[in-house]
Design a protein around this ligand. Structure first.
Ligand code: 8YV
Length: 325
């Protein structure tokens, strides 16, 4: 008999077909977002779960899902998963790294360019029929070429973002838990390691791409925003909780920074409605990895992990090897 799994979110039919070769599936192609209680009920008798960040996997859930052996997250970030609890309950957990690095880096640039050059604000003006003449000072933005790019969090995606700055002749500064190797710094357009304070005070454009955890909660709050230049652009393609959104809204309102490009929000998808009243923001609904090819690769990667984990092989992207013994 095939093991039973829950695919907790809607997914490509091809991925479901592949999973169905190995498992009895319960699917959710209507893409309902389950409450924790609903998730526990759906997981009854299931050995595997394929999920996204909308599923919180913690000790409370795991204590009620004794058959569960493996959770495959379709995301590189896994702040929704309490890894220590998974290990305690001998549940393997996996993520989908690497396949999304380049696509997410592309998007970070799209958001930076749209924000610094006020593209969505200008488009709204045009669509509203307000464009009656060219003006020398309409929609003046900030240059990217020759500017200093700051990157907070210099993992694989951060390095891919930095590399793209070569074409804009930018100087790259970064801050990270640890310094990169000389080879990695050279790949990342000769990025220079600096303190967080120096990064904030020198960046013309600052991109956040660090994992979310208790340690990085509100890594950018009122104090950090005050260190940024009034002309600075802030881009967040990491996680909502990294920025204190109320403090960011205040800084944007008071023009303490020039603009922000945000793909992630605290409490998303229920973002702070004050964001919608601001002109100096570009807001997107958590789509940095959303290219057709990359989302397919992420789905395949999550499926590979699940298939391996439930067929006595080591999942390629196992996050807690201690749980597989
Ligand atoms: C996912 C992401 O699409 O990989 C991540 O960490 O943020 C996105 O690529 C999203 O997290 C799905 O929950």
């Amino acid at each position: 008999m095939k093991p039973a799994i829950l695919v907790a979110r809607a997914i490509f039919p091809q991925t479901l077909a592949r999973l169905a070769e190995h498992f009895e599936l319960e699917t959710n192609q209507d893409d309902l977002i389950f409450t924790p209680q609903e998730l526990v009920a759906k997981l009854h008798g299931k050995q595997g779960l394929l999920c996204t960040g909308s599923a919180r996997i913690d000790a409370q859930l795991l204590a009620q899902t004794p058959r569960l052996k493996m959770v495959a997250n379709m995301a590189v970030g896994y702040d929704n998963i309490d890894l220590a609890a998974c290990t305690q309950f001998q549940v393997m957990a996996s993520n989908t790294p690497d396949v999304l690095n380049q696509t997410t880096a592309d998007f970070a640039w799209a958001l930076l360019m749209a924000t610094a050059r006020r593209i969505t604000e200008a488009e709204h003006y045009l669509r509203a029929g307000k464009w009656d003449k060219w003006s020398y000072d309409a929609f003046l933005g900030a240059d990217l070429h020759g500017a200093t790019l700051g990157i907070l969090g210099m993992g694989r995606i951060g390095q891919a973002i930095a590399r793209r700055s070569m074409g804009f002749d930018m100087q790259v500064l970064y801050h990270n838990r640890s310094r990169l190797s000389p080879e990695q710094e050279s790949y990342a357009n000769n990025a220079q390691y600096v303190s967080k304070q120096e990064l904030l005070s020198r960046a013309d454009h600052l991109i956040l791409i660090l994992p979310y955890s208790a340690a990085t909660h509100h890594a950018i709050g009122a104090a950090e925003l005050a260190m940024l230049r009034p002309s600075a652009t802030l881009v967040n393609v990491a996680r909502g909780g990294i920025v204190d959104d109320a403090a960011l809204i205040a800084a944007l309102r008071q023009n303490k920074i020039a603009a922000a490009g945000l793909d992630v929000f605290e409490g998303e998808p229920n973002l702070n409605p004050d964001f919608l009243t601001l002109k100096n923001v570009v807001l997107t609904p958590h789509i940095a990895s959303a290219s057709a090819a990359t989302r397919r690769a992420m789905a395949n990667c999550a499926a590979d992990n699940l298939i391996a984990g439930l067929t006595h092989q080591r999942p390629p992207h196992l996050l807690n090897p201690e749980a597989s013994s």
